[in-house]
Design a protein around this ligand. Sequence first.
Ligand code: ATP
Ligand code: MG
Length: 259
Amino acid sequence: MSEPILRTEKLTKTFGGLIATDNLTLSLPSGRLQAIIGPNGAGKTTLFNLISGLLKADSGRVYFRERDITGLRPHEISRLGIKRTMQIKSVFNQLSVTENLWITRQSAQRFLHPFRSAMNDRETRERVDQILEEIGMTALAKRIAGTLSYGDVAMLEIGMALISDPRLLLLDEPICGMSPAETERAVAKIRELARKVDIIIIEHDMEVVFGLAEDITVLAQGAILATGSPQDISNNEQVREAYLGRPEDEDYLEEAAHA
Ligand SMILES: Nc1ncnc2c1ncn2[C@@H]1O[C@H](COP(=O)(O)OP(=O)(O)OP(=O)(O)O)[C@@H](O)[C@H]1O
Ligand SMILES: [Mg+2]
């Protein structure tokens, strides 16, 4: 098997008395679209926060391509090539789509080339155009981000994560709030992106998860409940139990198991 893109070792994070991440040891191989699922409060976002340095673990370690990144600060981790999108979407609402991408690229580049003039940067312009194309938003380049549909904001956010050439992209519920048509478009885009960059996606929409993921990790109460192929997961009795009381998801697991 290839070297893991991401590995955690006995990772623990508590908030007061609550254990959000419970002695979590996992290893995700590169080159396969990874999904992390689990009921609300399972610790999915917390795991992304620990990986990206937004939160400090109480104990345990995080490795990115076998490099120990535990305790590094968010901008250091970002510079190593781990980019993420947030569960609560965060773009600059008053700026255009292009400006959002431009600023994100420039702020990442400033670390690398502090004396380069920002406004004449042809390389940046080309990169922005390329990303617009990749996320399917060329026609919306001049639109003010605050006026975009939910799905387009989510795609823009993915573009902002992509523009500084990530090696690993963490997507936290990118589909949440999208219409069925937007969902379909986003899923196709994410599948396309996964050919170029390693992706770990947190997602509640079972249909999306089972349609996209090659490997699924199920978290419950901060620990791994199950890992495996979509088929394994849909057949897993404990997973079904974890989703009891959510009829839609239960039905989906049932269907997937017999697909
Ligand atoms: N900053 C924080 N302070 C206190 N408690 C927190 C904090 N962040 C998360 N928690 C708690 O940790 C647990 C895990 O939260 P987390 O956001 O990681 O869950 P999740 O799996 O992403 O859930 P969801 O599917 O609802 O997004 C929850 O009980 C949550 O309330
Ligand atoms: Mg979450």
